[in-house]
Structures are given as C-alpha cells and as structure tokens.
Design a protein. Structure first.
Length: 346
C-alpha cells in the first residue's frame, strides 16, 4: 500500500487494522501450507518473491506510513501503535513524531524501517517483536527511549542513531547482527541482561552517560573498537562467547569488568582507562591483549584467570595495580609494562 492507502486504513482504528492484518497473515499461512508461498535469495542475499502469488501478497501487505520521498508527521497523541500487528514490510522512514510514541507489544512480521525518523517525545518499544530486519539508522530520539525486553529476531541497524536522553535496552534479545556503529548515547545507556546471539558492533560509539552492559551475553563477536565511554561503564558478569575487541576504546569514568567471562580472545590493545579499573575475578579463555593500554587510575586484576596467552607489553599503570591471586597460564611479561604506583602480586 502507498502512504495514502496506509494512513487511510490506519485511520479506521486499531480493530480494523488488526482485523486486516489477521486476514492477510491467514492467507499467507494458507499459501505456505499449499505450496504457493515461495521466497528466494537474490544475488546479494536479499529476499525476493519466487512467484507471482508471493509477489502480489508482499505488495498488498507492504505499508508505508512515511518514506524517504514523502515524510509524515504524527501529532502528539496520534502515535499509539501498542499491540498493532504489521504483517508486511513497514516503512516509517523520515517520520516525525511530535509527541510520545508507543509501540509496546507491537509485532512486525516482516522488515521494519525507521531510518532517519525523528522522535520528539518519549518512545517505548517494550516487548515489541521484530521478525524481519529492522533499521533505525540515523534516527534521533530526543527524550527517553525504551526497548526493554524487545525481541529482535533478525538484523538491526542503529548506525549513527542519536539518543539524547536515557536509553533502556534491558533484557532485550537480539538474534541477528546488531550494527550500532557510531551510535551516540548522550545520557545513560542500559543494556543490563541483554542477549546478543549474532555479532554486535559498537565501533566508534559514544556513550556520554553511564553505560551498563552487566550480565549481558554476546554469543557472536563483540566489537567496541574505538568506542568512547565518557562516564562509568559496567560489564560486570557479562559473557563474551566469541572474540571481543575494545581496541582503542577510551573509558573516562570508572570501568568494571568484574566476573566477566571472555570465552575466546579479548583485545584491549591501545585502550585508555582514565579512572579506576577493575577486572577482578575475570576469566579469559583465549588470548588477551593489553598491549600499550593505559591505566591512569588504580587497577585491579585480583583473582583473574588467564588460561591462554596474556600480553601486557607497553602497558602503563599510572596508579596502584593489584595482581593478587591472579592466575596466568603463560608468563604475561609484566616486566615489559610500566608501573608508577604500588604493585601487589602473589
């Protein structure tokens, strides 16, 4: 449906919209059952219809609330999409939401695009379900934004998105790839207990407020390369199941990785910790690099365990450093690091 058709159906109300969504989803189920439903992969891996019946269904169920060509404005009080079912590809590209926005428990059965959308009020996507790919690249959130317990079952892009107030992704689930490259969190960012099943890329992210990734799980590669943490950062009890990079990252506030579990490599080369840093009881099962890492405040690796190679060549400890009861399977070469404060070992 084009923009006018989509907004006309939406204007009939929630019940009419969901009745239509239920009908077309039932039609798709019937097509899947009798073999008329056919999707194929294109040259670049994109999904495309394999026959006319599938193509017709996709065209009829695609909804355009706003697009790159024609942007839509939603007045305050006109953006309650809670519990709405979106059966086909959905576009809110460049949409301007002038008030609060509610997508709580909404279900997107196909791709959903919010690229370059502007959210002026509070935004809630709590317990939303995204079945297909979803994009928020370039989107701006001027007030509080919550994705708490969101269920994202495919890839999601937050590339260069800006969150001006608190952002809550607590206990959200991400099944596919997550792109948060150059994302900007201007206040607190909460990913406490979030689950990342695919790769997650926060390279060159800016986190101005407190960043909480405690008890999160990264099953795929996790990249925080050149990320800037400008306040306190917590990765306490976080599980990294694949290779992890904080190469060149900067931590302006206290940083804590207590009881974090790195099950493969952990790269902190060229990172800068400007305040106190704690890696107490951390476990690193793969190679660990702290080459040329700067620790400006007090640093603790007490009771940490490194079961593969750990390298500290060129690291600078400008405050006190503790390696009490730290276990290294291979000599880490601490003699190649510099220590300006007291050092505790044993």
């Amino acid at each position: 449906m084009n923009r006018d058709e989509t907004l006309a159906l939406w204007g009939q109300g929630r019940d009419a919209w969901n009745a239509w969504a239920d009908t077309v989803l039932a039609e798709r189920l019937a097509m899947e059952t009798d073999g008329r439903w056919l999707l194929e992969r294109g040259m670049f891996g994109e999904t495309q219809p394999g026959n006319d019946a599938t193509r017709d269904w996709l065209v009829q169920t695609a909804t355009t609330f706003s697009s790159e060509d024609v942007a839509s404005e939603f007045e305050d009080g006109a953006a309650d999409f809670s519990g709405i079912v979106f059966p086909g590809v959905t576009s809110f590209k460049r949409a301007v939401f002038l008030g609060d926005v509610d997508f709580d428990r909404a279900r997107f059965a196909a791709e959903a695009w919010f690229d370059n959308a502007e959210f002026a009020g509070d935004v809630s996507f709590e317990r939303v379900t995204f079945t297909g790919d979803v994009g928020f690249s370039g989107a701006s959130f001027a007030a509080d934004a919550s994705f708490e317990k969101a269920d994202v079952q495919a890839a999601v892009w937050f590339t260069k998105a800006v969150f001006s107030d608190d952002a809550d992704f607590g206990r959200a689930t991400f099944i596919g790839y997550v792109s948060a490259i150059e994302i900007a969190f201007c206040a607190d960012a909460d990913f406490h207990g979030a689950s990342f099943a695919g790769g997650a890329d926060f390279s060159r992210a800016t986190l101005t407020g407190d960043a909480d990734f405690s008890r999160a799980t990264f099953a795929g590669t996790a990249a925080f390369t050149s990320a800037a943490f400008q306040s306190d950062a917590s990765f306490d009890a976080t599980v990294f199941e694949a290779g992890t990079s904080f190469n060149g990252s900067a931590f302006a506030g206290d940083a804590s990785f207590d009881k974090a579990d790195f099950r493969q490599s952990a790269n902190f080369a060229d990172a800068v910790f400007s305040a106190d840093t704690s890696f107490e009881k951390v476990t690193v099962s793969g190679d660990a690099s702290f080459e040329r890492t700067t620790f400006a405040g007090d640093t603790s690796f007490e009771k940490a365990s490194f079961t593969a190679n750990a390298v500290f060549a060129g690291a600078a400890f400008n405050g006190d450093a503790s390696f009490e009861k730290t276990a290294f399977a291979i000599d880490p070469g601490l003699a190649e690091a510099t220590f300006a404060g007291d050092v505790q070992r044993g």
